[in-house]
Design a protein around this ligand. Structure first.
Ligand code: KG4
Ligand code: ZN
Length: 382
């Protein structure tokens, strides 16, 4: 993919800047404008997120204070296709991003001159979508002579908790459940992670979306199943819970998914009426039981006293309730970010970028999109 980005800003010589993707190779490393000793002033971060179907830009003060967090969602655009169409998503990000930046600056009542650091998601995600945010961030960093920080999207989800809980510090165990990821992570310190378990097949959100489609609900399926479940009986259908062998903290949702699909098909063939509310509630409970059980086991194993949750599925009311009960029973403090910070947003990216920056890391202009970036992996860290 070749992105031509025109930045309608001026450089220090008052000349407008035009970048072409290939010529970025010629650009030298962006200089840090701040030195470690000069950190006693407020640090303002511009965060950019475009890894999937949300174009989002934030302005953050000292990492944890949201001055603005604008999210332009493409959900309505993708609904008719029943899921995100990567090429459509990339094009929409290109159309939207400069407007979203302007709005974020305006709402925060700052100008580009006030920005100290530019943080951007560079993976994991859809490559075309990632490249839009990344190219924009590079162009801004270069033209404004500001440091650039590449943020791992999964890491960003964890940092959403630091925005909501101002005193929260690692270590803790985090359950990250989104449309693309299901991870149990021991966060030992800022930027230091041990992945305790992850999904071996579908992500939790993906399972929600697929079952919602099979029941005939819309997209995205998670919130619709959550809503429908409230009217259903969660014990109506005994769907399987997959725990895997040897106390594994990995997850697997494909068996559950097949079981729900078989139930729907065989009910149709036998002309047994399907109570959608009961299917939704029983499916949701099967997912939640495993997520909660493994999260509590992980927290005990790591000897921490705090559990945090993150990602789109962390918005699920059943998960929040059961994990709340089990955490209380086992004397863990549970952090639950507000729904607006669970789903994709740039505030979490700006927050993560701030911590990387104050720890002395930034990226150069060679930073590329890494669609399958793993948690804990760093590319192009200077
Ligand atoms: O974190 P996110 O916005 O994007 C990714 O990084 O994937 O997560 C989106 C996922 C979708 O699969 C959506 O169905 C799911 O989060 N989701 C939910 C709920 N709200 C969003 N799943 C279950 N219950 C919800 N209330
Ligand atoms: Zn996400």
């Amino acid at each position: 993919m070749f992105i031509v980005l025109y930045v309608e800003r001026q450089n220090k010589y008052n000349e407008p800047l035009v970048f072409r993707g290939s010529s970025l190779k010629e650009i030298k490393t962006t200089k840090r404008t701040k030195e470690k000793g000069k950190m006693n002033k407020d640090i303002i971060t511009l965060g950019l997120e475009s890894s999937c179907d949300e174009t989002s830009v934030s302005v953050m003060k000292n990492g944890r204070e949201v001055l603005s967090n604008i999210v332009s969602s493409q959900i309505d655009l993708h609904k008719k296709f029943g899921g995100v169409v990567p090429e459509v998503a990339s094009r929409k990000h290109v159309e939207n991003i400069s407007y979203v930046i302007d709005e974020a600056l305006e709402e925060a009542n700052v100008t580009f001159e006030d920005i100290d650091v530019i943080g951007v998601t560079y993976g994991p995600g859809l490559v075309g979508a990632l490249l839009v945010g990344l190219s924009t961030a590079k162009a801004l960093a270069y033209s404004l002579n500001k440091p650039l920080v590449g943020v791992n999207h999964i890491e960003g989800h964890i940092y959403a908790n630091f925005i909501e809980y101002k005193d929260l510090e690692p270590p803790f165990v985090c359950l990250i459940v989104s449309g693309g990821h299901t991870h149990l992570v021991y966060m030992k310190d800022y930027g230091v992670y041990e992945v305790l378990g992850k999904t071996r097949d579908d992500a939790a959100g993906e399972a929600f979306d697929k079952i919602a489609r099979a029941i005939g609900l819309g997209y995205p399926g998670g919130p619709l199943i959550d809503k429908l479940s409230k009217k259903g009986n969660k014990e109506a259908i005994a769907f399987p819970r997959t725990y895997l062998k040897n106390d594994s903290l990995d997850f697997s949702f494909s068996g559950l998914k097949s079981s729900v699909l078989n139930y729907l098909n065989s009910s149709k063939m036998k002309e047994i009426p399907i109570v959608e509310e009961d299917v939704a509630a029983s499916f949701q409970q099967a997912v939640i039981d495993v997520l909660v059980d493994k999260t509590i086991t992980a927290a005990k194993k790591c000897g921490v006293d705090k559990i945090v949750i993150a990602g789109g599925v962390a918005a699920n009311s059943g998960l929040r309730e059961l994990l709340g009960e089990e955490s209380k029973k086992n004397k863990f403090k549970l952090m639950v970010p507000p729904i607006s910070l669970c789903t994709d947003n740039a505030a979490m990216i700006g927050c993560a970028a701030y911590y990387d920056y104050i720890n002395g890391h930034h990226a150069d202009m060679y930073l590329n999109a890494v669609p399958n970036l793993k948690l804990g992996e760093k590319y192009n860290k200077v």
